[in-house]
Design a protein around this ligand. Structure first.
Ligand code: CFN
Length: 541
C-alpha cells in the first residue's frame, strides 16, 4: 500500500514555512525510477518538535558502556538522568561466567545526584568521593564516569578527577564527556564511547592467538531480551569461538583481548562502526556486516562468515546447522505466517533495527509501509557503497551527485590476519563484500515512505492515514498508536519478550506479532477517526 503525495502535503501543511522546508528534506517516498533518492539525516531536530530521539548521554551511557557488566558506571549528574537510563533497555547479563559471580552491576544505579550547591560550587569533590566509595564497597575491575548536561555547563574537569582516581585505586577509571547536549542525538554518544573503549580497554589484554581457532567478535549487539545469547549459541554450534560482544553481556576481561579475533561481525553498524574501523586499522581485523534478524538474513550472514573463513569444515557445518534449525523453526513460523501475511507495518526505530526487522517482517509476508530512523546517518539509509562526491551542505542549493561504487582498497592488508593467501582472500572478497553493506533504501519497495527523525505529530498523522496493522516503535510513541486502536510493539526493549534474534528469536517474534494483531482487545477501542466529534487532526486544535 503506497502513500500518496497529497497525504504528505496535508501532513506538512500545518507547519510554519521554515519547518515545512526542513521536514520535507527528511521524508522520501521511494520511487525506483529516480535512482538513489537522498534523505537528510543526522541534523539537528527542529526546536519544539516532539522528537523520539535520545541524547548524547543516552547513546554513551545507556547504549554502549552501560551494558559492560563488571564495570561500575557512575552518572555524574542529576538523579533523573541515571534513573531513566537504568534497566529500561533490557540488556541482559549473567553472573555465572564471572569470578566472583556477584561482581556484576547492571541491576544497580550509581549517580552523584548533583544538587543546587554542587552546581554553584562544582561537583568534582563529590565525584572523587563517590569513586572512592564505590571502589571501597564493591571492588570493581573498572569504573566509567559519564557526564550529563550540567557537568559540561559548570565545567567540572572529569578527566582530572578520573586520572587521579586511576592512580589512587590502580584500576581504570574512565571519563566520558558525553553531556546530553553534544551532537544532535544519541549517535554522538556512541562515537565518544567507541573512542574511549578503543583507547583504554580493547587490545590491552595479553591473550595470544591460538592458530587452530577461528575467533569472532560480535560488535553492535547489546543482548536486548537475550539476543546475543541466541546468536552466540548458533555461532558456537558451527564451531567458532566468540571472544567478545560489544557490549551485550560483556566483561572487561573479554574486551581487553578482542584484538586476537580473526573477524569482527558488525550487527548494529550505527553504534559501533567506529570500533570496527579502528580495529581494522590498528590490528588489521576485517569486519563483516551481518544481520541475525529474520531466517533468510541469518542464513546469508552465516554463509558469508563461512566464506570468509575459507574453511571447508565451517562451510559444511554451517549448512548442517541451517538445515537442522530450519527444520525446527520453519513449521512454527509457517503457522504464524498464515496470520501475518498481507498485513502492513509501520517500523520506526533508532539507527539500525528499522532496517534489520524488515527482513523478519518479509519472512512473515508483511509489508512495511512506513519506515525510518531516529538518528541514523545517510550511510545507514543509502548503504556504504554509495559515496557522495560533494559534501552535503544543508543550506546550499547544490544537490550532491551520488557516485555508486564499492570502496576500492578495502582490506588489502586483511588477508594476512586471516591467514589466507592473497589469491584466496581476493576470491572470497569477490563473493562476500567485507565492510560493505546495503542500507535501508535499497531494500525498500517502491511507494514505501522513509522518514528521518519522525516526530509524534507525523507518526500520528501517518497512522491515521495508513492504518497499519502493526506499529513498531518505542515507549514514547507506542501508546499513541494503541489509543488509536492499532497494536504496537516496542522494537527497542521488545516490551517484555525476546530474544528476537537468531532462529529462536524469529519464532518468538512471529508468535508475538501474530498474538498482537489477533488479540480481541483492539475491537473495544474506537479510533479517533471513527468518532464523529473528532477534529481533523490539526496540530493547532
Ligand atoms: S539496541 Fe541498538 S541497534 S545500538 Fe542503537 S542503533 Fe538504540 S537503544 Mo533503542 S533499540 Fe535502537 Fe539501534 Fe544500534 Fe537500541 S535501532 S534506538 S541507540 N539501538
Amino acid at each position: 500500500m503506497a502513500i500518496n503525495q497529497e497525504v504528505l502535503d496535508e501532513m506538512l501543511l500545518p507547519y510554519p514555512d521554515k519547518v515545512q522546508k526542513n521536514r520535507t528534506k527528511h521524508i522520501v517516498r521511494k520511487n525506483p525510477e529516480e535512482g538513489c533518492q537522498q534523505i537528510e539525516a543526522n541534523t539537528r531536530t527542529v526546536p519544539g518538535i516532539i522528537s523520539q530521539r535520545g541524547c548524547c548521554y543516552a547513546g554513551c551511557k545507556g547504549v554502549v558502556v552501560g551494558p559492560i557488566k563488571d564495570m561500575i558506571t557512575i552518572t555524574h549528574g542529576p538523579v533523573g538522568c541515571a534513573y531513566y537510563s537504568w534497566g529500561t533497555r533490557r540488556n541482559k547479563a549473567r553472573a555465572d561466567d564471572i569470578t566472583p559471580p556477584e561482581q556484576i552491576y547492571g541491576a544497580m544505579c550509581f549517580v552523584t545526584d548533583m544538587q543546587e550547591p554542587d552546581i554553584v560550587f562544582g561537583g568534582e569533590k563529590k565525584l572523587a568521593k563517590m569513586i572512592d566509595e564505590v571502589v571501597e564497597m564493591f571492588h570493581p575491575r573498572a569504573v566509567n564516569v559519564c557526564a550529563t548536561c550540567p557537568i559540561g555547563l559548570i565545567g567540572d574537569d572529569l578527566g582530572a578527577v578520573t586520572k587521579k582516581a586511576t592512580e589512587k585505586h590502580g584500576i581504570p577509571v574512565l571519563a566520558y564527556n558525553c553531556e546530553g547536549y553534544r551532537g544532535v542525538s544519541q549517535s554522538a554518544g556512541h562515537h565518544i564511547a567507541n573512542n574511549i573503549l578503543m583507547e583504554n580497554v580493547i587490545g590491552s589484554g595479553d591473550a595470544e592467538k591460538n592458530p587452530s581457532e577461528f575467533v569472532l567478535n560480535l560488535l553492535g549487539e547489546y543482548n536486548i531480551g537475550g539476543d546475543s545469547w541466541e546468536i552466540e549459541r548458533i555461532l558456537h554450534d558451527i564451531g567458532y569461538r566468540v571472544q567478545g560482544v560489544l557490549t551485550g553481556d560483556s566483561s572487561v576481561e573479554e574486551m581487553k583481548n578482542m584484538h586476537i579475533a580473526n573477524l569482527n561481525l558488525v550487527m548494529c553498524h550505527r553504534s559501533i562502526n567506529y570500533i570496527a574501523e579502528m580495529m581494522e586499522e590498528k590490528y588489521g581485523i576485517p569486519w563483516l556486516k551481518i544481520n541475525f534478524i529474520g531466517v533468510e538474513a541469518i542464513k546469508k550472514s552465516l554463509r558469508d562468515i563461512a566464506q570468509v573463513t575459507g574453511d571447508e569444515t565451517f562451510i559444511r557445518r554451517t549448512e548442517e546447522v541451517i538445515a537442522r534449525e530450519e527444520a525446527r523453526v520453519l513449521p512454527v513460523i509457517e503457522h504464524y505466517r498464515k496470520i501475518c501475511t498481507g498485513k502492513t507495518a509501520f517500523a520506526f526505530v533508532g539507527g539500525s533495527r528499522s532496517h534489520h526487522y524488515q527482513y523478519l517482517l518479509k519472512d512473515l509476508g508483511m509489508e512495511v509501509v512506513v519506515t525510518g530512523y531516529e538518528f541514523a546517518h545517510r550511510d545507514d539509509y543509502e548503504g556504504r557503497s554509495v559515496i557522495p562526491t560533494i559534501k552535503t551542505d544543508a543550506d546550499s542549493k547544490n544537490i550532491p551527485e551520488l557516485d555508486i561504487k564499492p570502496d576500492p582498497e578495502l582490506y588489502k592488508e586483511a588477508h594476512e590476519h586471516l591467514n589466507l593467501t592473497k589469491e584466496k582472500f581476493d576470491e572470497i572478497c569477490s563473493r562476500v563484500p567485507l565492510g560493505n553493506y546495503e542500507g535501508m533504501y535499497p531494500d525498500m519497495n517502491g511507494g514505501t515512505l522513509m522518514i528521518d527523525d519522525c516526530n509524534h505529530y507525523e507518526a500520528e498523522q501517518l497512522v491515521k492515514e495508513l492504518k497499519p496493522d502493526l506499529f513498531f516503535a518505542g515507549v514514547r510513541d507506542k501508546y499513541i498508536a494503541q489509543k488509536m486502536g492499532v497494536p504496537a510493539k516496542q522494537l527497542h526493549s521488545y516490551d517484555y519478550s525476546g530474544p528476537y534474534a537468531g532462529f529462536n528469536g524469529a519464532m518468538n517474534f512471529a508468535r508475538d506479532v501474530a498474538n498482537a494483531m489477533t488479540t480481541p482487545a483492539w475491537k473495544f477501542i474506537i479510533p479517533p477517526w471513527e468518532k464523529e466529534s473528532e477534529n481533523k487532526g490539526d496540530i493547532n486544535a
